[in-house]
Design a binder for this molecule. Structure first.
Ligand SMILES: [Zn+2]
Length: 196
């Protein structure tokens, strides 16, 4: 779970800003609104193990420090999309499987005995993907949401560019069966949709 003490600190900070400047903030600052206040020099994923974000070789070499291979913004985005997929508009249309408390969001699966290990950080010598794929710079993730088609997630992102959870997403890939999100230094203020 997210650290609610941190959230409270942000809530306090939002209140302080409102008092000092007269700016209006929602009195019911949501968790995402609160997280929105932070600059991420470092971000520790709350809903993903580091092994879900890096290949086995990199984890074996670096352990949890393998997070240095990933942009903090894309790690934060993974958590934010996890949160969104548990609620927002999805619960009604895409219910959780029975007896499942939370929706699973998958990235790499090698730690669970699966094959996928290049869906997060992708080393430069990995044979798959484009030479300058954002994955090779640690700025991209390919995610699968149990019970939600990737296209539904893409549509939600493009329809919610003002939502805090999409704030760092600068590009998504169209027409693939997974959700590719990245935080490239794009040439556009809009979310770039590439591929197809
Ligand atoms: Zn990708």
């Amino acid at each position: 779970m997210l650290d609610f003490k941190r959230v409270q600190r942000y809530t306090d900070a939002v209140g302080a800003v409102r008092d000092a400047t007269g700016m209006l903030h929602s009195s019911a600052a949501t968790m995402m609104d609160c997280m929105y206040q932070e600059n991420y020099r470092h971000y520790q994923p709350q809903h993903f193990d580091v092994r879900e974000l890096v290949p086995r070789r990199e984890f074996d070499a670096l352990g949890d420090k393998a997070l240095i291979l990933l942009d903090a913004r894309i790690v934060w985005t993974a958590d934010a999309l996890w949160e969104v997929s548990q609620k927002e508009c999805f619960v009604g249309a895409y219910p959780l499987p029975e007896k499942q408390k939370n929706r699973r969001v998958w990235c790499n699966t090698w730690m669970f005995g699966g094959q996928a290990q290049y869906r997060g950080y992708r080393p430069h010598d990995a044979a798959i993907g484009a030479v300058h794929s954002q994955h090779r710079y640690g700025r991209a993730l390919d995610l699968h949401f149990d019970g939600i088609p990737a296209d539904t997630m893409r549509k939600w992102i493009l329809a919610n560019t003002g939502h805090a959870a999409t704030r760092y997403i600068s590009a998504i890939e169209d027409d693939v069966s997974w959700l590719h999100v990245d935080c490239r230094n794009s040439s556009s203020d809009e979310i770039v949709v590439f591929g197809a």
